[in-house]
Structures are given as structure tokens and as C-alpha cells.
Design a protein around this ligand. Structure first.
Ligand SMILES: Nc1nc2c(c(=O)[nH]1)N[C@H]1C(S)=C(S)[C@@H](COP(=O)(O)O)O[C@H]1N2
Ligand SMILES: [Mo]
Length: 366
């Protein structure tokens, strides 16, 4: 583990989250405050489409229905009494780093902070589906939250809808998908989905449905608003483009320090610090460019490989003697030998911003 005291940057006490939108709360982490492997809950970004629903844990029911043999209606106490599992997972909002897109696109102008890594505790979804008994022809598991409203993005549905997403049966029945009630060892806060939320490790955040009240097994692919109109992309791999739901996070790395437009002293040691993660592979290499992508040097990982959790990394740099403007980039490589793309793929619209993000800094004597 890295000893933070040896770092050359000055640690700043958390001052809270940056507001991108108020009512509903859409707040991001000031990413230059990245420190530990686990993102403290107070610094974990919040992305909510509708106002937080007030759910009374005493009256709360989780319904499991659809193409199942035994429909279930479970209380919060029932869930808390079941065998639990704890796992670490990185959640990234699919629109994270949108502010880096040029020309600018509509939507919350997230910088680097709509991503975090937390420890989640709950009941494996697979255990609930086992008790309910899935029919043979079930293909999707729909997760529905209690929050409701009219979405802002076109094409808008005719009236009020809830937040709902599906995950394919094969993913839903893997043991790491949780119906979680704790984040970093404490009960979920209202903003993060109290009393229950799904956690789908490896997926963009939109799959991890908060304020979860309904789990519905369907025998046809679910086509809800949040995976067609919104949080979808154009897949043109088979010639005729088709609209598909976003799912696994793409391989990505981010520089936390220095931050954009930070002023650095010339000819000084400076530890460049950041994270890298991936949805369906492990991150195995991190490369840093100090000259806008002309050349690359390899950085060192701080954390070991842990599936679905990010890895912090660092690079000990001696800042240039020559004052001026420098562009830093980070690019990760996965165990599948793939690397981050050169630019944003327009098939993903204003989502999946996974190319190396330029961090411009100024080298100047104070
Ligand atoms: N019910 C519900 N679940 C939701 C959302 C929402 O608006 N309503 N937002 C989703 C999106 S887009 C993201 S990125 C994550 C964010 O989780 P967090 O707010 O705990 O960071 O929650 C997901 N789950
Ligand atoms: Mo998101």
C-alpha cells in the first residue's frame, strides 16, 4: 500500500460533493481528493433521476414475481435475516467525464467524479431467484425502483414512469449481484437507495437500481425507457445498427492528481496518481503520457487485481525544467490485451467516455 505521507501533493480534507444538479441530487466527487481504495460514502457520487422516495422499512415489501414458480413478498427484516455477502465494486455513471466531449453535449456536465469504489453488503439476487424458481424461458430480470417522475430526455414517455432496468438472466444468477442494504459497513443513505438497492458489479451505474421494490422475471427482452430511449447505444457490429442497452463498463483510467490546470513547480518530484477499472476484464497495465500522447511511460499499481474493483496507480514524475503548458494522459490495458480507444465512439451518444482524458497542467515557478 502507498504511504500517503510520502506523496508530494497536499492532502485536502473532504469538503463534500460538487453539485451538478440540485433536486434531484446529482453530485460528484472532487476527484483530486482520491485517497484510499474505498471511496468514503460521503464522497461517493449521487446520480438520481427523480426525487428520493420515502420508504418506511417497517412497511417495506420487496416483490419477486413474473415468470416464477413461487411469487415472493419479502419484508426488509426478511432480507436482513438472510445469509449475506459482501463485495467491493466500482460504480461509474455512464455519463462520467461528459465535460471532456467536444463539441459539448447536453446532460449533466460530469467531470471525473461520477465514479466510486465501495464495499456493498446484501443478499445475492441469485438466492432470491432460487427460492422464487425461474421458469425455463425467463430471459431478463427487471429491477424496478420506487422513484417516479417524467424523464427529461427525449423521447419522453407520455406520463409518469418509474426507474427500471433489466439484466440478462445469466448475469442476474451469478452470485456477486447483490440486493444490497449496506454501503461501506453502514445502512444505505436515502440518496444511495435506502432501504434496498441492486448492485451489478461490472455494469455502468444505471443497472444498480436504487430503492428497489420489484424484481420481475420476463420471458421476452425488456424494452423499458431506461435501456432504449436512455442508457442505450447503437450497435453496428452486424451491418444494420440496432439499439442495445448499455451494460458492462468499458476499460478506463483517470488521473486524479494533478487536477486540470494545476500549477506545478519545475524540476520537482511529483507523484501522478489515479485509478483504472474495467467491467469485463482485469486492468493489467497503466501507461502515462507527459507530452500529450507523443510518448508513454509505464506507471505502477498501488492495488492488486480484484475483479470489478478499481486499481489505484501512480507514476513518480520529475516535472519539466521548461515552464509551459503540458498535457498528461493515462491509458490502461486489460487482461484481454485491449486498450482504451483514441477517441469517443459516437455510437454511444453522450455516454461511455472511455478515451484517455487530457489533463492540462502549467509548469511555472511560483
Ligand atoms: N431507482 C433508481 N435507481 C438508480 C438511479 C435512479 O435514478 N433511480 N440512477 C442510476 C444511475 S444512472 C447511477 S449512475 C447509479 C448511481 O448510484 P449512486 O447514486 O448510489 O452513486 O444509480 C442508478 N440507480
Ligand atoms: Mo448513471
Amino acid at each position: 500500500m502507498m504511504d500517503m505521507k510520502t506523496e508530494t501533493w497536499t492532502a485536502v480534507a473532504p469538503v463534500g460533493l460538487i453539485i451538478r444538479q440540485k433536486d434531484p441530487n446529482n453530485l460528484e466527487m472532487p476527484f483530486d481528493q482520491l485517497s484510499g481504495f474505498i471511496t468514503p460514502s460521503e464522497l461517493f457520487y449521487i446520480r438520481s433521476h427523480f426525487p428520493v422516495p420515502q420508504l418506511d422499512p417497517a412497511a417495506f415489501r420487496l416483490s419477486i414475481r413474473g415468470a416464477v414458480w413461487n411469487e415472493l413478498s419479502l419484508s426488509y427484516a426478511d432480507i436482513r435475516a438472510m445469509h449475506s455477502r459482501t463485495g467491493v465494486a466500482t460504480l461509474e455513471c455512464a455519463g462520467n467525464s461528459r465535460v471532456f466531449l467536444a463539441p459539448p453535449v447536453p446532460g449533466a456536465q460530469w467531470e471525473l467524479g461520477a465514479v466510486g469504489n465501495a464495499e456493498w453488503t446484501g443478499v445475492p439476487l441469485s438466492a432470491l431467484l432460487e427460492i422464487a424458481g425461474l421458469a425455463d424461458d425467463v430471459c431478463d430480470i427487471v429491477l424496478q425502483g420506487a422513484d417516479r417522475g417524467v424523464p427529461k430526455e427525449e423521447p419522453k414517455p407520455p406520463g409518469v414512469i418509474s426507474y427500471a432496468r433489466s439484466i440478462p438472466r445469466a448475469r442476474a444468477t451469478e452470485p456477486d449481484v447483490l440486493i444490497a442494504y449496506q454501503m461501506n459497513g453502514r445502512d444505505l443513505t436515502p440518496d444511495h437507495g435506502y432501504p434496498l438497492r441492486a448492485i451489478v458489479p461490472g455494469h455502468y451505474g444505471m443497472s444498480s437500481v436504487k430503492w428497489l421494490t420489484d424484481i420481475v422475471a420476463t420471458t421476452r427482452p425488456f424494452q423499458g425507457y431506461w435501456q432504449t430511449s436512455d442508457y442505450g447505444y447503437w450497435d453496428d457490429s452486424e451491418g444494420i445498427p440496432v439499439r442495445r442497452p448499455l451494460a458492462e463498463m468499458k476499460l478506463k483510467s483517470q488521473i486524479a492528481r494533478p487536477r486540470v490546470y494545476e500549477r506545478l513547480q519545475p524540476s520537482r518530484p511529483y507523484t501522478i496518481f489515479g485509478v483504472a477499472w474495467a467491467g469485463d476484464t482485469d486492468v493489467t497495465e497503466i501507461w502515462i503520457s507527459l507530452d500529450g500522447g507523443a510518448s508513454w511511460v509505464q506507471g505502477d499499481f498501488v492495488d492488486p487485481i480484484r475483479r470489478h474493483a478499481w486499481r489505484r496507480w501512480k507514476y513518480d514524475w520529475i516535472t519539466p525544467a521548461q515552464p509551459g503548458r503540458y498535457t498528461l494522459l493515462a491509458r490502461a490495458t486489460g487482461a484481454d490485451q485491449r486498450t482504451q480507444p483514441d477517441g469517443h465512439n459516437p455510437n454511444f451518444g453522450s455516454y461511455v467516455i472511455d478515451h484517455p482524458l487530457p489533463i492540462e497542467v502549467f509548469v511555472a515557478a511560483l
